[in-house]
Design a protein around this ligand. Structure first.
Ligand code: AMP
Ligand code: GLY
Length: 416
């Protein structure tokens, strides 16, 4: 039996905690910093995810055997390296491996080196040179900050004026700090977006069911890009033929490429894909589970998550048969009114009686004994159905039982 600590405090971490709490092999479960929902199934500790020394102390005090590092920032800053150096078992990529997400320039060059299909792009570290290039470019065009920018460092520009403003925002005003010191100017890909996440033990990979996220804030894909407003899994558009193409042209070359560059990636690789008329192309890699994709995908997992985590760390994933329900997972984000911009926190929440669904907390806290909102994405309501329609009906049939001031959700998740 193991004592396990999960790092992070959103709906994705709630889903990870719930899956681990069902494991026969987990004794005590802890989460840093967690949230009010996670506190119902794990001991939560309000430490910063960047307080590596504080987390190490907490691990020692509580005889924790394994740390599951979920969010991108602590992975990029080397939490797994730090813990491993101190002989603590940790699940997630090292800082060097997490560069497939933390540097878009690195990841683009990596794909070019290994012939992995992706959008064509040019790198700039001078605003003047970028603007000169954009003067004679084809539109729409995509500008991306090199570094991590809370999922907001990607700007799709319809014409030169918009592109010039985007260069100013990223490189001159430094809206995302040093993340925008270097930018990529990228060809705009047209097609359907699909996500495939995969467990990886450094050498072998095991694919999860495909999924689709809805990134824009409002129905009909209107409004600003968000971290994601809902998801479902699997995607009915990602056929067996697509899967074969993805494995041969993207997944296997990615793992082989990492090995050939001396990078041992252990954890979850998230492949953000565009199914274009010229084949499947990689939009981005993430070095972790997606949010809210995880809240749609993990409820389909039949295998004990601890067995998968151990196999990834020990390099034995090829020996494990990871099984998934042949059903559809569906999740809708319940957000605070201003999300993804200005968010008012501290609204009191009431939750009616729910049945056959799982309510993952994303941004909640307890204040004076009362459950209140504490973030932009407040909950994800998830359900599993025999198909997309039944899963959708199950979740939307109960979503209005969750109430707080300015509560908002998209009503068209799963409209494909
Ligand atoms: P990323 O952070 O790289 O996933 O980009 C955020 C979102 O921007 C993606 O989910 C896509 O919807 C969109 N996007 C990024 N790159 C491109 C591209 N080259 N062509 C079209 N859309 C893109
Ligand atoms: N939902 C997209 C992400 O987690 O990056």
């Amino acid at each position: 039996m193991s004592n396990v600590l999960v790092i992070g405090g959103g709906g994705r971490e709630h889903a990870v905690c719930l899956a681990l709490s069902k494991s026969k092999r987990v004794d005590k479960l802890f989460c840093v910093p967690g949230n009010a929902g996670i506190a119902q199934i794990a001991v939560v500790k309000p430490l910063s995810v960047f307080d590596f020394d504080g987390i190490y102390e907490f691990v020692k005090q509580n005889d924790i055997d394994l740390v599951f590092v979920t969010p991108d920032d602590p992975l990029a800053k080397g939490m797994v390296d730090y813990l491993s150096e101190r002989k603590i078992r940790a699940f997630g990529p090292t800082s060097a491996a997490a560069r497939i997400e933390s540097s878009k320039v690195f990841s683009k060059n990596f794909m070019m080196r290994h012939g992995i299909p992706t959008a064509k792009s040019v790198v700039f570290d001078s605003a003047d040179k970028a603007i000169e290039y954009l003067g004679s470019a084809c539109y729409p065009i995509v500008l991306k900050a090199d570094g991590l920018a809370l999922g907001k460092g990607v700007l799709i520009c319809a014409d030169f004026d918009e592109a010039k403003r985007a260069v100013d925002e990223l490189m001159i005003d430094k809206a995302f700090g040093d993340a925008g010191k270097t930018i990529l100017v990228e060809e705009f890909l047209v097609g359907r977006e699909v996500t495939v996440m995969a467990f990886c033990d450094g050498e072998h990979i095991s694919l999860m069911p495909s999924s689709q996220d809805h990134k824009r804030a409002f129905d009909g894909d209107k409004g600003l890009n968000t971290g994601g407003m809902g998801a479902f899994a699997p995607s009915p558009y990602f056929t067996e033929a697509h899967k074969k193409e993805f494995v041969e042209r993207i997944a296997v070359p990615t793992v082989k490429g990492l090995i050939s560059e001396g990078i041992t990636f252990k954890g979850v690789i998230y492949f953000g894909l565009m199914m274009t008329k010229d084949g499947i192309k990689v939009i981005e890699y993430n070095s972790r589970l997606g949010d809210p994709e995880t809240e749609a995908v993990l409820p389909l997992l039949k295998t004990d998550l601890m067995d998968i985590v151990d196999a990834c760390i020990d390099g034995t994933l090829d020996k494990l048969n990871v099984e998934w329900e042949n059903k559809t997972g569906f999740t809708v984000v319940i957000a605070s009114g201003g999300y993804p911009e200005k968010v008012v926190k501290g609204y009191e929440i009431t939750i009616g009686e729910l049945s056959g669904v799982t309510l993952y907390h994303a941004g909640t806290a307890i204040k004076d004994g009362v459950l209140v909102t504490s973030g932009g994405r407040v909950f994800e309501l998830s359900g599993v159905g025999s198909d997309l329609e039944s899963a959708k009906k199950l979740v939307y049939g109960q979503i209005d039982k969750i109430k707080f001031t300015d509560c908002r959700y998209r009503s068209d998740i799963g409209k494909v």
